[in-house]
Write a protein that binds this ligand. Structure first.
Ligand code: NDP
Ligand code: 2IT
Length: 445
């Protein structure tokens, strides 16, 4: 890291003890910014980095709810409103037992830069809870969502803070959250949440957007090196919202998607994943990935293990942070991988990213590759604000255009700052410049 940035990083470590994922996300951005702060003294003079690393507001609250046995349960929930220089705070809610302040802050920090890269007017935020939806009934999930919104609603608004989904939060949960928001406020304020179902103000393509966008970015990255996805062997990790639609779009573009996973293990299906079956198992039955192999002749389930042991040319990590480490990266490169694009947020460890760069594997960081989800959320906000709804085709065209814009911004910044082909540097620099200039223009606020 450039010596000019080391004091700022030391401040982050001192102010946020024990928040390893947040430290990791900040370090990854600051490592790209040396040439920027050398060129633009004004950022340092106005403490832009220190300000960017300190959230504008952090909320932590208790969520009491009653389980099906009548027992009172208590969870902890968070909303980190990180930066509103470009627009209202925007970012998902995650329900997973691993959620604590450090995870929400890493995700909120990433979100600032990702949202800037979309070119749309949205600031960065993130929230969530340590609630574990696994094994919970529909009624329990609904009561939990209602209780969470009973506190969170006062902090939201279409011009203030607009949550959406993330791990453990999909259309069902957004529906319960919106229902409670509407009841408490007596306002049909569609634009207060995105990822809604089409039945109450959602956008076409939002469900598919993150996975589709990751594949559009990958295609663009491959095209730059004179290659395509068609005919390539692809492995996806996870089997949730992002993974399913990344697999679907990759297959539609002619790739052979041969494996996916969940936290219990992975499946290999050499004929190419049957997306309809995958959706049935995960979206309708809400069960484990092993059920896919039980219902599909020729597919095998491997309990535990690493999906990155399955040889492929293109790897799309779409599960969770730090799921692909240096050893997995080496295995992928040894097996001939040519490209890796992060559908998830920070799934590759710093060692893995370093190895990809050393071995000449094209690498797209999450804040660029998975920006299609939040970009389509912003399109949902546009439709809600104008009381309109667009067709699937029109919305998908807009998403494709936006992802091409994200790719172009990353490539241009990487070239300008002497790191051609380095999408990590390109994404960090391009988005930082945009946010930093807006912050300067807004004064010390
Ligand atoms: P889902 O809840 O739909 O799916 C998550 C998937 O990842 C599941 O297969 C889950 O397996 C697996 N997973 C989650 N946590 C772990 C863990 N600790 N260890 C192993 N596997 C795990 O979430 P999404 O698909 O929405 O999100 C996936 C990733 O994409 C996250 O990093 C999220 O932040 C990111 N993202 C999501 C966007 C969206 O629009 N939804 C937008 C941009 C990024 P299991 O069911 O066994 O837990
Ligand atoms: O990480 C992400 O970008 C998301 N979970 C989507 C956020 C959003 O507001 O759509």
């Amino acid at each position: 890291m450039d010596p000019l940035l080391q004091d700022d990083f030391a401040t982050v470590l001192a102010r946020n003890p024990g928040e390893d994922e947040f430290h990791q996300a900040v370090a990854e951005v600051l490592e790209s910014l040396g040439p920027v702060v050398r060129k633009h003294a004004e950022y340092h003079e106005h403490s832009i980095i220190e300000r960017l690393c300190e959230p504008e507001r952090q909320l932590i609250f208790r969520v009491p709810w009653v389980d099906d046995q009548g027992r009172v349960r208590i969870n902890r929930a968070f909303r980190v409103e990180f930066n509103s220089a470009l627009g209202p705070y925007k970012g998902g809610l995650r329900f997973h037992p691993s959620v604590y302040l450090g995870i929400v802050k890493f995700l909120g920090f990433e979100q600032i830069f990702k949202n800037a890269l979309t070119g749309l007017p949205i600031g960065g935020g993130k929230g969530g809870s340590d609630f574990d939806p696994k094994g919970r009934s529909e009624g329990e999930v609904m009561r939990f969502c209602q209780s969470l919104m009973t506190e969170l609603y006062r902090h939201l608004g279409e011009y203030t803070d607009v949550p959406a989904g993330d791990i453990g939060v999909g259309q069902r949960e957004i529906g319960y959250l919106f229902g409670q928001y509407k009841r408490i406020t007596n306002r049909y304020e569609s634009g207060v949440l995105t990822g809604k179902s089409i039945a109450h103000g959602g956008s076409q393509v939002r469900t598919e957007a993150t996975g589709y966008g990751t594949v559009f970015f990958t295609e663009q990255m491959l095209a730059e090196s004179g290659s395509t996805l068609s005919g390539r062997r692809v492995v996806v990790s996870g089997s949730g919202n992002v993974a399913i639609y990344a697999a679907q779009k990759a297959a539609e573009l002619g790739a052979q998607v041969v494996a996916c996973s969940d936290s219990s293990g992975y499946v290999v299906d050499e004929q190419g994943l049957d997306i309809a079956l995958l959706r049935q198992v995960k979206e309708v039955d809400r069960t484990r990935i092993s059920a896919y192999a039980e219902q599909r002749a020729g597919a095998t389930f491997v309990a535990g293990g690493s999906v990155w042991d399955v040889p492929c040319e293109v790897a799309l990590p779409c599960a969770t942070q730090n799921e692909l480490d240096g050893a997995a990266a080496r295995t992928l490169a040894d097996h001939g991988a040519i490209a890796v694009a992060e559908g998830a947020n920070m799934p590759c460890t710093p060692d893995a990213v370093r190895l990809f760069h050393e071995r000449g594997v094209l690498f797209a960081p999450g804040k660029a590759a998975n920006a299609g989800g939040v970009a389509t959320s912003a399109l949902e906000m546009q439709q809600n604000a104008s009381r309109d709804s667009w067709s699937f085709e029109h919305t998908e065209d807009r998403l494709r255009e936006i992802m091409h814009g994200v790719h172009a911004r990353c490539a241009a910044a990487a070239d300008e700052y002497g790191a051609p082909g380095n999408y990590v540097a390109g994404a960090n620099i391009s988005s930082f410049l945009q946010v930093a200039d807006a912050m300067l223009a807004l004064g010390v606020v």
